[in-house]
Design a protein around this ligand. Structure first.
Ligand code: NAD
Length: 254
């Protein structure tokens, strides 16, 4: 995908690996300057080193689970980049569990990172985005558009992200566009290392994930990054409040 982001200043939360990392690479390839956020200074520095400590790349570590963490991280990114044109909220976590076994710590952990973190990163970026006429891309999920019985809190958090995207799009139009991408299963640590490899029968677990989408495979992080770049680009200048499914057909019906 070739879209010109020359001169654009981008912050990607959860950019240290997986989908966020693919988005960071795609923005860099297309001329942007990028602030990469990982939860810790170590994970952020490791990602920067793996990407060759590119001069267009700067470090913005910080935990998005608290409003103060979001504010400090966004402030560092805006200062380092000299402003902000695009915010990508990609930091996210999941935990499987049945209703009767989900405790308050699990609820807070998932909601604070996925939903509250997305809200407060956007709030902290508002003045910089107003100044630049920028836009926001949130990462929802197919689990934000339909239920998954062992991912109840994750579904709540991503359903919140999807509908918060719409409400924010209304409030911030016409100056700032707000959209979200809703991936299906994507081959990242979240699915493979933390899911498939932990299962009693990893081969069966992988096959279940593959069979979940009508296109019979997992997505690649770069395929989600392409959608993120499209929504962040001027090609999407008439798009706001959208939830763009990149899911191999999983939300088309089962
Ligand atoms: N992989 C999938 O199948 C899939 C499907 C739908 C949606 N998503 C969403 O895509 C996003 C990226 O997921 P992924 O698959 O790349 O997962 P991943 O586990 O590979 O990466 C998650 C990223 O979030 C960061 N992160 C976690 N907690 C954080 C915190 N408190 N503060 C700052 N950063 C934090 C991690 O450092 C990492 O960079 C998430 O929002 C996830 O919910 C993933």
């Amino acid at each position: 995908m070739k879209i010109d982001f020359a001169g654009k200043r981008v912050l990607v939360t959860g950019g240290s690996r997986g989908i966020g990392r693919a988005a960071v690479e795609a923005f860099l390839e297309n001329g942007a300057r990028v602030a990469l956020n990982g939860r810790t200074a170590q994970s952020t520095a490791a990602a920067l080193a793996e990407l060759g400590n590119n001069e267009s790349l700067l470090s913005a570590p910080g935990d998005v689970a608290t409003a103060a963490g979001c504010e400090a991280m966004v402030a560092a990114a805006v200062k380092g980049l000299g402003g902000l044109d695009i915010l990508v909220n990609c930091a996210g976590v999941d935990r499987h569990g049945r209703l009767g076994n989900i405790d308050e710590e699990t609820w807070d952990y998932i909601i604070d990172i996925n939903l509250k973190g997305t809200f407060f990163c956007i709030q902290a970026s508002l003045s910089a985005l107003r100044e630049s006429g920028g836009n926001v891309v949130n990462i929802g999920s197919d689990a934000g558009l339909m239920g998954s019985e062992d991912l109840i809190v994750y579904c709540a958090s991503k359903g919140g992200v999807v509908n918060m995207t719409r409400a924010m799009a209304l409030e911030l139009a016409p100056g700032i566009r707000v959209n979200c991408v809703c991936p299906g299963y994507v081959d990242t640590d979240m699915v493979r290392r933390d899911g498939i490899e932990q299962a009693d029968d990893p081969a069966a677990a992988e096959q279940k994930v593959i069979d979940y989408a009508p296109l019979r495979r997992m997505g690649e992080p770069a395929e989600i990054a392409s959608a993120i770049l499209y929504l962040a680009s001027d090609d999407a200048r008439f798009v706001t409040g959208a939830a763009l499914q990149i899911d191999g057909g999983s939300t088309a019906g089962q």
